[in-house]
Design a protein around this ligand. Structure first.
Ligand SMILES: Cc1cc2nc3c(=O)[nH]c(=O)nc-3n(C[C@H](O)[C@H](O)[C@H](O)COP(=O)(O)O)c2cc1C
Length: 195
């Protein structure tokens, strides 16, 4: 038996964004504004209050760390930064434009090289596996999905373009950022103004 559902009303702000969301791989050369990066990062892993962030996390273990590869953002030097979510600030890890190295680690995906910003999502897996054992890995991948959808929807809201990039050599990305064995690399999101 099939029950036909009523046509969903897609006129509300969230539903409009769900319709608008798509992968965009061509970006204008314009730099991003700091205000735009701030909103994207808050939507990625921002703190809402003392108990919650913008995404769910298994057992509230929050294993994720967010790194930002800046090629061209108004008011920021090119570099690799760590997003400090409690302070909502950026900590400089390494100065310089590493977009070519990151693109090479992502099988030469052109959109990674060209984007003014790449957000790299990594996790310290033991924060979750110490509670959940092997199943913790699954939970970390699920959390990355929540984060990714937030990045897509925030980009759509701001008229920016992004694409989820999952094809990369983990060890190369870890080497570029300077991350140890306790990390896994989950996702790369180039962000730019849609061309
Ligand atoms: C886990 C995952 C990995 C992906 N990896 C890549 C990738 O490495 N490069 C890329 O260009 N797109 C990648 N995509 C984006 C998909 O190609 C895209 O979502 C799909 O074609 C559907 O298009 P849409 O996002 O516009 O709806 C990935 C998507 C997901 C969910």
């Amino acid at each position: 038996m099939e029950i036909k559902l009523p046509e969903p009303d897609k006129s509300s702000p969230l539903f409009k964004l769900l319709v608008k969301r798509r992968s965009i791989r061509k970006y204008a050369k314009q730099p991003l504004r700091l205000e735009e990066l701030s909103r994207i990062l808050w939507a990625t892993y921002g703190v809402v209050d003392s108990r919650r962030r913008v995404v769910p996390s298994a057992g509230a273990t929050y294993p994720v760390e967010v790194y930002v590869f800046v090629k061209s953002v108004e008011g920021l030097k090119p570099g690799i930064y760590k997003y400090s979510e409690h302070e909502h600030s950026l900590l400089l890890v390494k100065e310089g434009d590493y977009s070519k190295e990151l693109s090479s680690a992502c099988m030469d995906q052109e959109w990674v090289r060209a984007a003014p910003v790449n957000i790299v999502i990594v996790a310290v897996y033991e924060r979750t596996t110490e509670w959940y054992g092997e199943r913790g890995f699954r939970y970390i991948y699920m959390e990355a999905g929540h984060i990714g959808q937030n990045i897509y929807l925030a980009s759509a809201e701001l008229d920016l373009g992004t694409v989820a990039v999952g094809a990369f050599h983990d060890e190369e990305i870890k080497r570029i950022i300077g991350l140890g064995d306790e990390y896994i690399v989950l996702y790369v999101f180039p962000i730019g103004r849609a061309h």
